[in-house]
Design a protein. Structure first.
Length: 386
């Protein structure tokens, strides 16, 4: 398979819709964080942190909501759009069976989205361009007992794609519902940042220290700003890959925390070509095996092999066959089902080992993966505080 981790590499032009913003019941205040979610992990105070200090929580902590976005335009997806919408609806339904899901959709498409997703998914009329909620929404943090949102000034992954609506999603959601907006000069996306909830941040340098997002800023300057706005204390930098996909190699297709001190790392299927993606994984392996987290603990690195490209059911040069793009919900862990039964089972068993209190939910997302993304790219968790 060519460029197995290439993400959204077929760049198309988005139509810009001017529809108004409808009601969005996201429930972002601390007083709403009363739903009892079985199996959810309570927040852990960062070692040495001042009580009430800003904290970027781990994805496995308790959620209020999962937020998703309805793919809007044939200009982006062409004749793939019905299949992509089918995948988004199926994923939304799977998550909504275990925690509340809010799906943003263009007002003129909201009714069709409701019919596709069913009554368990709350569809709200918000102008959006595409399905990548991980990147367009704010990065939510906790501070002083409240949820706040860091607006990373989404610019279409470095100006590669028009973003007339998606560039406004973060600011609109925060302003409309009175959630404090944390301003930053940095441009970035949620898929660039992976945390253990205890002050450690994993980032690919290619996706942030890049002239298409943050011209003139050094890595040290970017790191200082990330520590300030996210409240992290240790940044582990991975090289990533510039210019080979639309995201410039987000970390969430390469490596993920599954527990404090434990990371999963993508491993190419044996016998494949030694391309830029396998070299990026090799570089990340070397960094992670010698790294310590914010507590000073050495990281344990668990490699998780991709499926056999001859056995997967999806196709396309941009197809993402990494299991790293999973999503940890309050009651379930959602990971792609690629069609290689042996590899799919191995991935499910690995995640079950680290999330024993959650249901492991494989989801078929061939159309999303063919567009260069995955389950994590299509979802965004809102933490519960209080």
């Amino acid at each position: 398979m060519t460029d197995a981790l290439s993400r959204r590499s077929m760049i198309r032009t988005l139509a810009v819709a001017g529809a108004g913003v409808g009601a969005l019941a996201l429930g972002l205040t601390a007083c709403d964080a009363t739903d009892d979610v079985d199996g959810a992990v309570p927040p852990t105070q960062q070692p040495g942190a001042t009580p009430g200090a800003r904290r970027f929580g781990a994805e496995w902590e308790k959620h209020l909501r999962t937020v998703m976005s309805w793919p809007a335009s044939e200009n982006v997806w062409g004749d793939q759009l019905p299949d992509v919408r089918r995948d988004v609806a199926g994923l939304a339904q799977a998550i909504a069976a275990r925690e509340p899901v809010v799906l943003m959709a263009r007002p003129e498409q909201a009714e069709a989205a409701k019919q596709a997703c069913g009554s368990a998914v709350e569809v709200v009329p918000i102008p959006v361009d595409d399905l990548w909620a991980r990147d367009t929404l704010p990065v939510f943090v906790e501070e002083g007992g409240k949820v706040k949102g860091v607006d990373f000034n989404f610019n279409g992954w470095g100006g590669k794609q028009q973003r007339g609506n998606d560039a406004k999603v973060a600011r609109t959601v925060l302003a409309k519902y009175g959630v404090e907006r944390i301003e930053t000069r940095l441009v970035g996306e949620g898929g660039s940042f992976e945390t253990d909830g205890q002050g450690t941040l994993l980032v690919t340098e290619s996706s942030v220290v890049n002239a298409n997002r943050n011209p003139g800023m050094s890595r040290d300057q970017v790191e200082a700003e990330l520590k300030k706005v996210l409240g992290v204390t240790k940044v582990i930098w991975l090289a990533g890959v510039k210019g080979k996909d639309i995201t410039d190699a987000h970390v969430d297709c390469l490596t993920r925390f599954v527990a404090p001190g434990v990371v999963l790392l993508d491993q190419a299927f044996p016998g494949g070509p030694a391309d830029v993606w396998s070299r990026a994984a090799d570089q990340a392996r070397g960094v992670l095996k010698n790294a310590t987290d914010a507590t000073g603990k050495k990281l344990q690195v668990i490699e998780l092999q991709q499926p056999d490209p001859d056995k997967i059911t999806g196709r396309g040069d941009a197809f993402v066959s990494s299991y790293m793009n999973f999503y940890v919900g309050s009651k379930g862990v959602y990971l792609p089902k690629f069609g290689d039964d042996r590899a799919d089972t191995r991935a499910q068993q690995t995640l079950k080992q680290y999330f024993p209190g959650r249901e492991i939910v494989p989801v078929k997302i061939d159309a999303i993966a063919a567009g260069g993304g995955g389950i994590h790219c299509a979802t965004h968790d809102i933490p519960a505080v209080g």
